[in-house]
Design a protein around this ligand. Structure first.
Ligand code: FDA
Length: 305
């Protein structure tokens, strides 16, 4: 049953009509639990609150699967506005973005032009940018773009998903760049031909890549709500004398919030992924797919508390 619900929400996450309706009618159905607000001003307010509690942030102007150049440029302009706000307000924050919102599905030229504009602005404002990883069909292209950009910019990183069979090879291959990588389990619906279908295998592979990337001496963001992964990282820290400057924990805004502050108080760098904007629909559906129990929040949103 749970698997069916998962598949259902992942299927819904790609529905273009619902995406457009959601954009038009504003944050609904409890999505406000996972999204900081529809405007940059609201996001900045939220970041200041989080920073005051000792939490770092990565901010994401929501959007994905853009299919025309005008919209891709508009998305890039909004990311640049966010970067400037981080610089102006002296926020402890980075930026995250999706390649499909920058024009990945349109042309190499559009996506590279937008990424260079963003990374130039980020460099001027001393902001680090992480390229989120999307579905498998875009994985190779995203990695190629990352490699190309990494030659010219040291303020860019990307994400590697533990559920893919190719992941260990990617970690090895990317080591030549000594990249700052965010490691995650993976949030999209993928075929068993490319991704481990069993949770246990994903968890084992996650541990494997955390260890590999840390022992390669690279900066590692462990992005997971899974206590077992946090404990495993702490164990590696002790066993291998890994400096706390070499890694951080990350979780999504609105999920296990009490744990964010606890880990920061324990002396770890903790970063909250804070999405904002009107394009919240696909992001929200993926969060429901991860934990169908969250549907209770949706029902409260529809029928009142
Ligand atoms: P798992 O799913 O095993 O969950 C462990 C426990 O965490 C659950 O038992 C539950 O208690 C809690 N939990 C997990 N999800 C929850 C939810 N939605 N609501 C409430 N509780 C929940 N993916 C991707 O493909 N590309 C990307 O770029 C990113 N980026 C990213 C950034 C950050 C900061 C995070 C934390 C995650 C991502 N992800 C991602 C998502 C990631 O791939 C994965 O889908 C989720 O983090 C869920 O997996 P966990 O590792 O949390 O473990």
């Amino acid at each position: 049953m749970e698997q069916l619900l998962r598949d259902f929400f992942l299927f819904l996450s790609k529905n273009k009509t619902f995406t457009k309706l959601a954009r038009k009618y504003g944050l609904r159905f409890g999505a406000g639990r996972f999204v900081a607000g529809e405007s940059l001003d609201l996001a900045v307010k939220k970041i200041k609150e989080l920073n005051s509690k000792g939490l770092a942030v990565t901010i994401d102007y929501l959007g994905e699967f853009v299919d025309n150049e005008e919209e891709a440029n508009y998305m890039a302009d909004n990311s640049i506005e966010a970067i400037k706000a981080i610089g102006r307000e002296k926020l402890n924050a980075q930026l995250s973005l999706k390649m499909t919102s920058m024009g990945l599905d349109i042309s190499d030229d559009v996506v590279m032009r937008n990424m260079r504009r963003i990374l130039d602005a980020a460099k001027d404002n001393n902001v680090f940018v992480t390229i989120d990883m999307e579905d498998y069909s875009r994985c190779q292209k995203t990695i190629d773009i990352f490699k190309e950009l990494r030659k010219d910019y040291d303020n860019v990183g990307t994400v590697i998903q533990a559920y893919l069979y190719r992941t260990v090879d990617d970690i090895q291959d990317l080591n030549q760049f000594h990249p700052n990588l965010r490691l995650v389990k993976g949030a999209y619906k993928e075929s068993p031909e490319v991704a481990f279908p069993e949770k246990k295998d994903v968890d084992d592979n996650f541990k494997k890549i955390i260890k590999m990337h840390l022992l390669n001496g690279n900066y590692t963001a462990i992005a997971s709500h899974d206590e077992a992964m946090i404990e495993y990282t702490k164990q590696l820290e002790k066993e291998h004398n890994i400096s706390r400057d070499q890694f951080e924990f990350q979780m999504l805004y609105g999920i296990r919030s009490e744990r964010h502050e606890e880990l920061a108080k324990e002396g770890y760098t903790f970063r909250v992924y804070v999405p904002y904007g009107t394009d919240w629909y696909g992001y929200f559906m993926r969060r429901l797919a991860e934990r169908p129990a969250n549907v209770a929040f949706v029902l409260k949103g529809v029928f009142g508390k």
